[in-house]
Design a binder for this molecule. Structure first.
Ligand code: GTP
Ligand code: MG
Length: 861
């Protein structure tokens, strides 16, 4: 017998529960189908649901039909409870999408469709209410054009129309003249097409045929051998026992099994309100277990991984008003149980104000919450005025940098933040070479980017629709710990946002109003005032339909007003319609009163180290202090950190050596202050160290043909094949170190002559000059001229491959250094630096303890 988990999804009132009851009845699982309208539906068994005639909680029922043993999961269709529906998707083998024939595809149908499509869940369509006057098969099929995908009507099945959707089917049809059940099932499983049936759940028309089709085509579930389960829901039973609803995806789950360090005490197999107890559950079973306290909706148990977070998010936040004299703390604990069942409530208890806030999808959910608190604990809660949940994004590309280096910690991160597509959320990539930062650190950084919501700097709202690319980073071989990169990453994001052009986004609803013809004028006027985008009202006899979009903020509780002036005859449907730039950003930001620099949870500043202690550097000063040069603006010279102490008796000060060393190898120790103190037996500069440069006439200049060297040195050449900019940055770095140690002027020349309208540029990085030639000027030409000019007063060496500089040498008396000889020289210098520093940095006895507070204060000033 094949086991399958089938989710029943639809827009509110399409008839999901009625269809589920009809299927259960047809399969003989219940003796008589309940009626939602009579308050006796098998599945809508909660008091609240019976009162309101809508489904609020997803529920399960079991049926066996033919060769199929199915767990049906009925879901709520109201957009306020969409999060409950979304949670169920994790455990589905397939879905039934119910459409009301007369109404066709609604905005919420499209929201659900996007979720089903993105998870590639095979879906069967049941087009319901075909008994109603105005139901038209052709019109219903046409309305499916609003959904992406191929649809094949199965009531009048034409094999050709299925074969047109899929190559494998087409081949089979051409070869054999027909399509087998197996191939059709396979094509449905691959979502090559979506089969559709028609009928009336209420009148039991077409239900048996539909059930038969499910038994034929629904994909069965086979799990792995290793114990695994996926949690999709948490509830509490009448006695307060916590129920973990899950689908077993592998192995066997038994009562008294330990899972995640907790013991399963009961396995319940629910069907409607009732359950039977089982000793074990096998792959494909959907059960509720007791005894577990840790798992949440979306948790994976055993070999099963956790699910990614929810797509549908609440758009409003409310303060919960507690009755007078109520123990706020205790009430918060009770409400926390509701948050366990619906994590999307994002219930937050503020110790400071002794208040609770929740996030909600809409008005109906708010009323349900109020009623639930009353039913469960006799707690009479109210709600303050709702506030909009904003989002934030950016309009330009910036480089955010974060450095985290308290004593014996080290991490530096450079992130490029750029605007993403609307609705894309946060996406990540890496453009950082593994030569710069090890792959594992890179992965860790990207995990930190994605592991939580990041607060924007306008109002502290979550940042979205931003692409974050890892540009560079640095770890310390000894001192970097996992948490250091988390700090550096979070700070880099905030530092980037502080510089960016930030945009406040507000939520919109997709709306549909069904109303009497006579109320259309009023509705159109109201919607106009709300700043809604609506289409021309469509009329159909006495009723009219208006569809469009409206900002959540301006809709408020218009439901009430609408119900009043349509005398209860109008229906107003909303579904999340995404976010768009706020119409009045300035006043929204002002009224939020958020100060990003005072948000201690989300600091944009960095922590650097001096005198063996960490100190805070304000975000705007951070770029000039970073140990790796900027990736977006490599031309900007990096200003050296203020040197804590100086020894002037060496050609190169320790600080400079330190900077050189760090650019080359990463920092080797954190007790920088210690390293900087003069030491008696420190030993002097290494023997191979070049003599101090002569001043004035006779000073030696080194001219380097940049690209020539890049293509001649193996390591740089390899890098240049994937990323020429990185290779150039790397050479600049190497030359800075070489120059810093040699203390002779170095001029590094890059051809830019192909750059249209290039005016050429020159930048000084300490004693290193980086030249980009003008349009129509090659590096050769530049070097030739420079060698000639400089050669008049100084000695000049030119590092290049042997391509051309003969002329220069002849003409100016400059000395040519072939690329490989130059490489040997540079390597020698870098080795010397390393040896010198390692020798010089033998640890001292511990330095006197500094008061970190006064120290930090001083450094900030
Ligand atoms: N005429 C007719 N009415 C139907 C049919 N199926 C359901 N209804 C009615 O439509 C209304 C909604 O039915 P439900 O089964 O509660 O719809 P639902 O999709 O479960 O609704 P929610 O769970 O609240 O989203 C009820 O009044 C049903 O009696 C049908 O085939 N024909
Ligand atoms: Mg229902």
């Amino acid at each position: 017998m094949k086991r399958t988990v089938i989710g029943i999804l639809a827009h509110v009132d399409a008839g999901k529960t009625t269809l589920s009851e009809a299927m259960l009845y047809t399969a003989g699982a219940i003796r008589s189908p309940g009626r939602v309208d009579h308050g006796d539906a098998f599945l809508d068994h909660f008091e609240l649901e019976r009162q309101r005639g809508i489904t609020i909680f997803s529920k399960q029922a079991l049926l066996e039909y033919g060769d199929m043993r199915a767990a049906l999961l009925d879901t709520p269709g109201h957009a306020d409870f969409a999060a409950e529906t979304e949670r169920v998707l994790d455990v589905l083998d397939c879905a039934v999408l119910v459409l009301s024939g007369p109404a066709g595809v609604q905005s919420h149908t499209r929201t659900l469709w996007r979720l089903l499509r993105s998870r590639r869940i095979p879906t069967f369509l049941f087009i319901n209410k075909m008994d109603q006057p105005g139901a038209d098969r052709a019109a219903a099929l046409r309305s499916l054009e609003r959904l992406e995908g191929a649809f094949v009507p199965m009531d009048e099945f034409d094999p050709e129309s299925a074969a047109m959707c899929d190559e494998a089917l087409l081949e089979e049809l051409l070869d054999t003249g027909s399509l087998s059940d197996g191939s059709l099932a396979d094509a449905i499983r691959r979502c090559a097409f979506y089969p559709c049936w028609f009928g009336s759940a209420l009148k039991m028309q077409g239900v048996e045929a539909f059930l038969r089709a499910l038994a034929r085509f629904a994909p069965g579930f086979t799990g792995g051998a290793e114990t695994a389960a996926k949690v999709y829901k948490i509830t509490h039973d009448d006695r307060g026992a916590r129920l973990t609803h899950l689908k077993v995806t592998g192995g066997v789950l038994r009562v008294r099994d330990m899972i995640g360090g907790e013991k399963i005490t009961q396995i319940r197999v629910y069907s409607g309100a009732r359950f039977t107890q089982a000793e074990e559950a096998v792959p494909g079973d959907v059960v509720a277990v007791t005894g577990l306290t840790k798992p949440k909706a979306g948790s994976g148990l055993g070999a099963e991984p956790d699910s990614p977070g929810a797509v549908l998010e609440p758009v409003l936040t409310y303060t919960v008003l507690l009755p007078e004299g109520c123990d706020a703390h205790r009430a918060a604990m009770q409400l926390a149980q509701l948050n366990e069942e619906d994590p999307q409530l994002h219930l937050i208890w503020s110790e400071a104000s002794q208040t609770v806030s929740v996030q909600l999808m809409g008005q109906v959910q708010l009323e349900v919450l109020r009623q639930t608190a009353l039913d469960r604990w006799g707690l009479e809660i109210g709600f303050g005025a709702g506030r909009i949940l904003y989002r934030e994004t950016i309009r330009n590309t910036v480089e955010g940098v974060g450095h985290y280096e308290p004593l014996r910690h080290y991490a530096e991160v450079h992130l490029i933040l750029s605007p993403g597509e609307p609705g894309s959320g946060i996406t990540v990539s890496s453009q950082c070479s593994e030569d710069v930062l090890d792959r594992n650190w890179q992965r860790l950084i990207l995990t930190h980017v994605l592991e939580r919501q990041h607060a924007g700097v306008l109002t502290g709202s979550p940042v979205t629709d931003v692409h974050i690319s890892l540009a560079a980073g640095r770890a310390h071989p000894k001192h970097t710990e996992g948490g250091d990169f988390r700090q550096a990453t979070y700070r880099a994001i905030r530092q980037g946002l502080m510089q960016a052009d930030n945009v406040l986004l507000e939520p919109w609803y997709d709306i549909r109003l069904e109303l009497p013809q006579s109320a259309v004028g009023r509705a159109v006027t109201d919607l106009g005032q709300m700043g809604a985008d609506t289409a021309q009202p469509e009329t159909d006899g006495e009723t009219a339909v208006i569809t469009g979009r409206v900002p959540v903020a301006s809709l408020g509780d218009y439901h009430r007003e609408f119900t009043a002036y349509t005398h209860g005859e109008g229906r107003l449907y909303c579904s999340p319609g995404g976010y768009a730039p706020c119409r009045d950003q300035e006043s929204a930001v002002a009224s939020a009163g958020y100060d990003p620099e005072a948000d201690v949870e989300n600091p944009p500043d960095s922590v650097f180290c001096a005198h063996g202690a960490g100190y805070i550097v304000k975000w705007y000063d951070v770029p000039s202090m970073m140990h790796i040069p900027s990736v977006l603006h490599p031309e900007k010279p990096r200003e050296e950190a203020p040197a804590p102490r100086r020894r002037v008796d060496a050609a190169v000060s320790d600080d400079e050596l330190m900077a050189i060393f760090e650019r080359t190898y990463g920092p080797i120790r954190h007790d920088r202050g210690r390293a900087m103190r003069p030491r008696e037996k420190r030993g002097d500069a290494p023997a191979s160290r070049p003599p101090r440069p002569r001043q004035g006439d006779g000073m030696e200049y080194v001219l380097v043909d940049g690209y020539n060297i890049i293509f001649a040195w193996e390591e740089l050449k390899k890098l240049s094949e994937t990323d020429l900019d990185a290779a150039r940055a790397r050479l600049i770095n190497i030359m800075r170190n070489y120059q810093g140690f040699r203390q002779c002027p170095v001029i590094l020349v890059f051809d830019a002559y192909k750059v249209k309208d290039g005016t050429g540029s020159m930048e000084k990085l300490g004693g290193l000059t980086v030249v980009y030639t003008k349009e129509a000027e090659t590096a050769d030409m530049y070097i030739e001229k420079a060698a000639y000019d400089l050669g008049k007063k100084h000695s000049v060496r030119v590092a290049t491959s042997d391509r051309m500089e003969q002329l220069i040498i002849l003409g100016s008396g400059a000395l040519r250094v072939p690329a490989d000889a130059f490489k040997a020289e540079v390597d020698g210098v870098l080795r010397d630096i390393r040896a010198f520093l390692e020798k010089a940095w033998q640890p001292d006895p511990l330095p006197p303890v500094q008061n970190p507070v006064t120290h930090r204060k001083k450094d900030v000033e």
